[in-house]
Design a binder for this molecule. Sequence first.
Ligand SMILES: [Zn+2]
Length: 292
Amino acid sequence: MDSDPRRSETLYLTLDIESDYGRSDSYEILSQAAPFIDWLHAENIPLTAFVVGKLFQQGHSIIDTFLRAGISLGVHGFSHSPDTFGTMHASHADEIQKGMEAFEKRVGRKPDGYRAALGIVSRDDVLLMDKLGFCYDASIFPMRRSHCYDFSGLPKSPFQWQGTNLVEIPLGMLTATLPAGMTFINLLGSELSAFLVKRQVSSLSGDDKAFHVTDLHFHNLFPYYPAMNSLPFIMRLVYQAGSIMGGLVTLRRYVAVLRSKGFVFGNLETDALSLRRESLPVVGLDCFNRML
Ligand SMILES: [Zn+2]
């Protein structure tokens, strides 16, 4: 590629589309998506959404709604079920393969991007994604999550997995241990979250400033209490607090504050596919040998 999309301070909104709260059997919140899509359109904000394979398989109407709205789609595993989450040492071959096949059948082409449930990927997963022809993965949180992964030593900006053609786009962070996910932005509020993002980005240098990825879910924007009430106690508390303190209003404000700080908004998929591979750092797969 001749042009590298990287420029200063670009923020990428990404959305994971899965069952309500990521572990229930219902998909009720998807029916509340319209105000969010209208807002994206009105504000001219690009979005890349990672969708569970089950929804591609079902031919859920959210797929057509998103395609009509010009939203880029990637794969977010197949089932998003807790018994398949595993750790950085487990293979998620079924989730990746079935997710890809469901995407292909529904959308009519191969997917370019992947995001694993809870951001849990392994060495085998990276090799499989590369073999299946995925161009980029946007799963890694550069931090440690107890009993799941330790990616705290990985770069905070795009890199290439050694011996593969797969680019990794790590998720943004608010602090060294707190990811830039809407669950936390709801709790901290838009002003403090935007301040923390700016501070994180300012600590990077040159091209590395460009990719700051924020992750959100529909359940961060629109509550659905029957599914929320069936969550484990601590999760329920977090989402209850988030539904009182945050939501679409908080996201709108977060975007407005970041714009006032000079951020521009990019499309993750478009820019991930345009990266100049030769300028990216290369990370060896031995990082997966790390103990949890
Ligand atoms: Zn998810």
